[in-house]
Design a protein around this ligand. Structure first.
Ligand code: PEP
Ligand code: MG
Length: 897
């Protein structure tokens, strides 16, 4: 039988799969001899068994009881003892941190009897009743789903009766009355009495934590963070320590470096005379950790020493939760801390300088997604007006949007394509959908470690917290800002524009102009690497990625301007030039002539008119890419895409006819559109099929490429074009186009060899890759179409229609159009690569679908043995970084999710 329960002295930090992050790290701290209250962890294996069977696995509670007896023996206290009761905290702890998403129950063990024991033993009636009311509320909410508002209403009544406004002003009698009122609420809502058996409380709390894994908000968070749904959570049971035992007690959260900027030094928040949940939920405002030095210097210095030990031990930024009970410091949690993208880069570079890690490991600790975030714009301080208020800068970025006051409104507005800022007094886990939908989050309460801050940082949303000058009135839909001078306050309503600066904490009325990020300016060559610590860190890590990566990174670019930017961003050429744009704009008329041509002569004339224009385009592109490969794809979409839409044209012709006018050219066009109309254009006359059906079309493009190459050579350049055939499903299609192209190219003197290759984007092409490789000089995987055709998902339709449901059902964790579906479409890719390389070991292989710029997919293409990925110019830097990370992949990946 597996072991379902581990004492903290049995585990270690390697066991995160089994013990969850919190459990494994509590065990690690225990091993390091740090002051951790005794406790044990019920494993994720037990959770999975519980969730599968709807009941705890056989023997699990026996083990729990055995370990509980161990704690009792160590502390000399017993759960349920009427004189000196042991109290327990029960907390969730999954493999990946999911802040605030799952449940916690504190003060387990208090009953109508033991509360007196606690009062007598502590000599503090008020403390005992305060703890008991917290238990009834937390247990009621967590285990039985009693709505919090019911408890809050009772609290308000008791405060009114007592004539006080702060909870802390309630005395023991008030709190006793409150416990009675809470127990009534509990009974009314659940139909049963509040459990008076501490063991039953523990049993039910453990089950509730298991079940909270599947709570709606946890499911949503996992989907957002791409955390697998099947992992389950561990449950940590530990002896309670109390931060609410008076002014010499308290609780706090601390980081070994600033998690927002990476700056060195210890950062954190402290709240005297409070329990941990009060800090994280942001309901009470904290003081900076430095204040603790004044309040309790001994504990402060002990904490500093411990944080130093932890940072050396974990070789990374750590965060901790701690509690001080009457001057004694206890560590309740540590982990390699979450951080902003900026801090991730800065800290990784610092640790290299400090000799703690090498550049490979530093590269492993940052991600392409983070680099992508850093390329977002920021406000320019010079152009920003006077702020309305300044709060805590909790997650970076510059966000401008319309004010919304609740999660539903944020989701609805985002659905309409509007950018919104979610404004709340404080957030709680129920606000998650709105936080995902919003461009930024602004709260009037709470610090850097409040729920809003932690979640926003994790999601890469801009966030300003604790802007206390704001009064948020959700019911009235308004935000009032007093400037403290006694002048009339500024009032903003839902729908008004607001700007928040996650780097400074500034809140501005109206839309403040945004400026490019320094990282973007550096990448564009406008800022020197030494401009600031962040730019310098990006420079070093990106530079290292370039040294170690095996994958080349090219860009998808159709214009000279895109090609120029791509090169500046570090692209090693153009992996895909979609020539269709050259058929649009003021050239539409020429395309219409081609489509409407009734004789060979008409068609040839139309093509002859298009050719010089195409040649100019290619020349411009080649001029930006001397010495680099430029993959030019022959025309892909169906021709009718270049004509007006059928319904629009039908209406125009009908209108003309109704007025007795001659529809003229429109009439001809309508006939052509009808003739070419397809029920499934994506599966119709496009790509190579079009090239084989419209004589002279591909030949015109090939000639234009050859002419542009010759012209570029004459101008002293070094053009390296490649010709790519789209939508090939059979080797014979490619052969036909290739033969024709080679014959044409042979007419040009002095032309360098121009490789002719193919997209692999039809599943049949992937499955017949060995034959196709005989005829192709290169393969470029079109994973957009390969996904469309492999799954049978219309690219243009399905994402908005049913992908939401599919994600909810866990059919896939992320849209297969965003990140490659490795099991299915990826399998097609692997088969094609293996078969093709068996035929032609030196075949050049790349990808030019959207996946070429997706961090997870880049890793897949590296593993699959690709030569390059090609992506939009703005994603080139992150693809470079990810290609480097794939190359240095470390055995023990640090995980800061
Ligand atoms: C593809 O299908 O992945 C591709 C790159 O081509 P397009 O997106 O132009 O169809
Ligand atoms: Mg395609």
């Amino acid at each position: 039988m597996p072991k379902f329960v581990y004492d903290f002295i049995e585990g270690n930090r390697e066991l995160t799969d089994l013990l969850g992050g919190k459990g494994a790290n509590l065990a690690e701290m225990t091993r390091l001899g740090l002051p951790v209250p005794p406790g044990f962890t019920v494993t994720t294996v037990a959770c999975r068994a519980y969730l599968a069977a709807g009941a705890p696995p056989a023997g699990m509670f026996d083990e729990v009881n055995r370990h509980l007896r161990g704690i009792e023996a160590r502390l000399g206290k017993r759960l349920g003892d009427r004189h000196d009761p042991l109290l327990l905290a029960v907390r969730s702890g999954a493999r990946y941190s999911m802040p605030g998403m799952m449940e916690t129950v504190l003060d387990i063990g208090l009953t109508d009897t033991t509360v007196h024991g606690l009062a007598a033993q502590s000599g503090d009636d008020r403390f005992a009743w305060d703890s008991y009311r917290r238990l009834v509320q937390m247990f009621g909410r967590t285990v039985f789903g009693v709505p919090d508002e019911l408890f809050t209403a009772e609290l308000e009544t008791v405060k009114r009766t007592a004539g006080v406004t702060a909870d802390s002003a309630l005395d023991a009698d008030d709190l006793r009355a409150l416990v009675e009122a809470y127990q009534k609420v509990f009974h009314q809502h659940t139909g049963r009495d509040f459990p008076q058996s501490p063991h039953e409380q523990l049993d039910l709390a453990i089950r509730a934590v298991f079940e909270s894994w599947n709570a709606e908000r946890a499911v949503l968070y996992r989907r957002q963070e791409r955390i697998p749904a099947e992992l389950g959570t561990a449950v940590n049971v530990m002896a309670m320590v109390f931060g609410n035992r008076g002014p010499d007690s308290g609780t706090g959260v601390a980081f070994t470096r600033d998690p927002a900027t990476g700056a060195r030094g210890v950062y954190g928040d402290y709240l005297a005379n409070a329990q941990g949940e009060d800090v994280v939920s942001g309901v009470r405002n904290t003081v900076p950790l430095q204040e603790l030095e004044r309040i309790d210097p001994r504990s402060f210095h002990r904490l500093m020493t411990i944080m130093d030990t932890l940072e050396h031990h974990y070789r990374d930024l750590c965060d901790v939760e701690f509690t001080i009970e009457r001057g004694t410091l206890w560590m309740l949690q540590t982990r390699v801390g979450k951080r902003t993208a900026e801090a991730a880069f800065v800290i990784a570079a610092q640790l290299v300088d400090e000799g703690v890690i090498d550049l490979d490991e530093a590269l492993d600790r940052v991600t392409g997604a983070q680099l992508g975030q850093l390329m977002f714009p920021r406000f320019d301080p010079a152009s920003a007006p006077t702020p309305l208020a300044v709060g805590v800068p909790a997650a970076p970025g510059a966000a401008v949007g319309r004010v919304v006051f609740d999660s539903e409104a944020a989701v609805a507005a985002a659905g309409r394509g509007e950018r919104v800022i979610l404004v709340r007094r404080e957030t709680n886990p129920d606000d998650l959908p709105g936080m995902i939908a919003a461009a930024g989050i602004l709260t009037s309460r709470g610090g850097k470690t409040s729920h809003a801050a932690v979640v926003a940082r994790g999601m890469g949303r801009t966030c300003v917290c604790g802007a206390e000058a704001l009064t948020v009135d959700t019911a009235a839909g308004q935000l009032t800002v007093a400037d403290g001078t006694g002048a009339a306050p500024t009032v903003l309503h839902a729908g008004d524009l607001i700007s928040i600066d996650g780097a400074t904490g500034a809140v501005y009325a109206g839309a403040v102009p945004v400026h490019p990020s320094p990282v973007l300016r550096y990448i564009e060559g406008e800022l020197a690497p030494e401009a600031d610590p962040l730019v310098s860190a990006v420079h070093r890590l990106l530079g290292h990625a370039d040294v170690v990566r095996r994958l080349a990174v090219r860009a998808n670019a159709d214009t000279a301007a895109d090609a120029h930017r791509a090169r500046a961003f570090g692209a090693a050429g153009i992996g895909l030039c979609r020539t269709e744009h050259m058929f649009l704009g003021d050239r539409r008329e020429l395309v219409e002539r081609l489509i409407l041509a009734e004789t060979d002569a008409d068609r040839e004339a139309a093509l002859a008119a298009l050719r010089p224009l195409q040649r100019q385009d290619f020349e411009a592109l080649l001029a930006e890419t001397d010495g680099q490969p430029v993959t030019i794809r022959l025309l892909d979409p169906p021709l009718h895409e270049f004509l007006p839409a059928l319904d629009e044209l039908t209406a125009r012709v009908a209108r003309a006819e109704a007025l007795g006018e001659d529809p003229g050219h429109d009439g001809q066009l309508l006939a052509a559109v009808r003739r070419m109309h397809e029920a499934n254009p994506m599966l119709g006359l496009r790509g190579v099929r079009l090239g084989l059906m419209v004589p002279g079309l591909f030949a015109t493009q090939v000639r234009a490429i050859a002419e542009a190459t010759v012209a570029r050579l004459r101008a002293g350049g070094d053009p390296r074009p490649q010709i790519m055939v789209p939508l090939v499903g059979a080797v014979q299609e490619l052969e036909a186009v290739r033969d024709q192209a080679e014959a044409l190219l042979a007419d040009f003197d002095g032309l360098p060899p121009i490789p002719v290759g193919t997209m692999i984007e039809v599943p049949r092409a992937a499955l017949t890759a060995s034959a196709i490789a005989e005829v192709a000089d290169f393969f470029s995987f079109g994973t957009n179409d390969l996904t469309q055709l492999g799954w049978g998902f219309s690219r243009d339709d399905v994402e908005g229609v049913f992908f939401g449901r599919y994600l909810e059902l866990g059919i896939f964790p992320v849209s297969p159009f965003e990140s490659i579906d490795t099991a299915g479409i990826g399998r097609l890719v692997q088969i094609a690569v293996a078969d093709a390389r068996a035929t032609r070991p030196d075949l050049e292989i790349g990808v030019c679908g959207e996946h070429g710029g997706d961090p997870d997919s880049v890793r897949f293409f590296h593993d699959a043995g690709f030569d390059y990925v090609s992506c939009s110019p703005y994603r080139v830097p992150l693809a470079r970084l990810e290609a480097g990370r794939a190359a240095v992949r470390l055995a023990h990946r640090s995980d800061t999710r």
